[in-house]
Design a protein around this ligand. Sequence first.
Ligand SMILES: [Fe+2]
Length: 914
Amino acid sequence: MIHLKQPLALASAKGGSNAAGAPLFAAAACCGVQRRAAGGGSGSGRRGGRGVGRAATPRISCSTIEEAGGVSAVTVDRTLTVTATVTVQPPIGVMYAARGLDDLGDLFGKTLLLELVSSSLDPRTGMEKERISAFAHRTMKEGKYVAELTVPATFGPVGAVLVENEHHKEMFIKDIRLVTGADDSSAVTFDCNSWVHSKFDNPERRVFFTVKSYLPSSTPKGISALRKKELETLRGDGRGERKFFDRVYDYDVYNDLGDPDYRIEHLRPVVGGDDLPYPRRCRTGRPRSEIDRRTEKRRGPVYVPRDEQFSEVKGMTFSATTLRSGLHAVLPALEPLLANQELRFPHFPAIDSLYSVGIPLPAQLNAAASAAAATTGVVGGVIPRVVRMIEDTTDHVLRFEVPEMLERDRFSWFRDEEFARQVLAGVNPVCIQLLTEFPIVSKLAPEVYGPPESALTKEVLEGQMVEAVTVEEAMAQRRLFILDYHDVFLPYVHRVRELPETTLYASRTVFFLTQAGTLAPLAIELTRPQSPTLPQWKQAFVHGADATSSWLWKLAKAHVVTHDTGYHQLVSHWLRTHCCVEPYIIAANRQLSRMHPVYRLLHPHFRYTMEINALARESLINADGIIEESFWPGRYAVELSSVAYATTWRFDAEALPEDLVRRGLAVRREDDGEIELTIKDYPYANDGLLVWGSIKQWASDYVYFYYKSDEDVAGDEEVQAWWEEVRTKGHADKKDEPWWPAIDTRDGLVGVLTTIMWVTSGHHAAVNFGQYHYGGYFPNRPTTMRKTMPVEDNREEDTKKFMARPEEVLLDTLPSQMQAIKVMATLDILSSHSPDEEYMGEYAEPAWLAEPMVKAAFEKFGGRMKEIEGTVDERNNNPELRNRCGAGIVPYELLKPFSKPGVTGRGIPNSISI
Ligand SMILES: [Fe+2]
């Protein structure tokens, strides 16, 4: 918004000599000026007129400051000269001058056409005022374009700027700064940070709204129609293939993961719909496969709306040099190193040597890496570790960084207490539940899967209790917990076992909460369901007091952590954060104006998510992608996450307190509604609740500033349309669920916004940035199991080998060398913070800074996040908190708010961007 608090000295009023070299627009502006000048000068009051225009001709004779609709406005006669400076971000590593035709265009002044839109209507006609246009010139300062616009003094506040890019290439406009006359204090900045398409690609002009936020009902009348029109543009017409410069947000099902045109084995079911419910993704409109008409062709880069794409720094860091070229080029090039792709590690020292000796690289790979480094040298400092390791190598070997867990304690992965600790403070702390029903019984059909009774009986559990209590007493004291991967995996056991080199069980693990506040695993149950040819097999494993049962226990633990790794990656991480958030983003862009306060609150939390999800569809979760190749669910990976979505996902339980209550890890006190943790030292929950509380306070301050009553929320047509679309289009397969919260009060809106902001920040950080710390040493978190338990079939050969060399059986069971290396490289990349990461409470949006109350609330939010930083450190140094402090333990820093770039195991970015 241009706030003309007082009339400013006119630098020039020579409308006809507009130096932009655009006589048509200059003449139009001049005519407009003349018309308005003739009718001007009648403003009453002289508050703003002091000393103005004395040195300029013509002088302003009078002016009026009006406060209308919260906008300060000035009415003066005659004209003002407004200088508009457009800041364009030059592409990284490219000489800005080298742009051929566009440079010629710049020389002749055909650069950017700017058009100012008044916030107010013409009082005489009740119509929009005539817009004021001028071309911007390129200046000697790199990335700066300047226009001079002659604006009638009666124009009022500028509510929007339209931009037409006359170049043949798109331009990234950072901001547009308007200054009236020579007084820099009058400057008003339109925050753009957006790609503006070439008019040759799309003749429609881009609109940038004022930095001031407006609810729909208080939109200044002069830009009300533009507000609606812009949303129509963003919604598109749902037809045709999207082009890279488009900004259209629309929905589609996941029908682009398979590639039957390439290979029929790469056909995958469509996910999203009645058969396999799923959130929706961004529509790309690519043509359908010839082989399967339900499947979209996979060709070229995947469309995401232009402004959702990574910045060039992030692109260099993540996509360009790593996932796209890195994983696509580097990892396949490693394959010839291993003649046998299924080769296992010969012994544990060979795994350790990945961090010390490394893997010899083929010469051509080294050359390719060097070439890649040369082309990306401009941002050499931000290339992630895996690629940099290859680039830096002088001895032609790839060496992995020692993961934090291994660095601190080489043996912790083998111990029960670490196994249990990680369900509370590891990378998947969101699955442990209170045991509430006993005896444990499967809910699946016995006629299909066999007897439903669990092998984890009272006798088995009580035989392992570390304190003298019965199961009933322990349950009454809320001290028994379960990691339950039984009913969700049992239907997949036989199908997964048909995949090459892969096996699966359904599993349950029961833990006991000790007096020390730590968990002790009591027993593990592994189950193979019956099949037409096999009976059901299940067995309970306990640590035991002899070598054989101890080794079987270790093997059973390896199976459980593999189940946990798969569930973590597909459900806790991919589904619950990346995948479920995409519909909120699509709906927000389609239904909330850029000047809506809720859009501006959520915008930082949506940064880069659509792009990273597109990359995941391209390279991670696609048919034969890294997840299918290296994780045990193989081709059933996405299908399995769909089952989890159908059976367990609900929006209201994504709120951290509700999630804890639902899992029995907390209870809500009746007197004050506060929640109380069942396990006092539960690092994810302890730190998470601090972060949650801080976000909620910020959301509440924000919402209560913009909405003065609950009716304002209920009557906000854009917010209601957004939420309606999230439910009915983005999460269409769950649209009829009764648990969707209504947004009809301010507190209701605060609840929804807090949940979304928590999922994109705290939840994602907790399950994402520790992946290399814990999974970088793959025996701690294997991604697949290749052999069944030696006691399942009791084959003589298996038994003999197990009794002779149990370590060999464990190595046979763990992932192959190739699977391990690929996963380690992938986790390294996925655990990495980009140099342009934005952390919670760190950067204020320009719109927040423009409102003193909002600015103050945000500053308080930032202060709270800094306090949390200190609290986390204190907790990690408290020896009473044994789940995060102790000999060789990795401190719990995943919810520590800030971080430097790289793999740090800490830092809560605003959004899901990796
Ligand atoms: Fe992620």
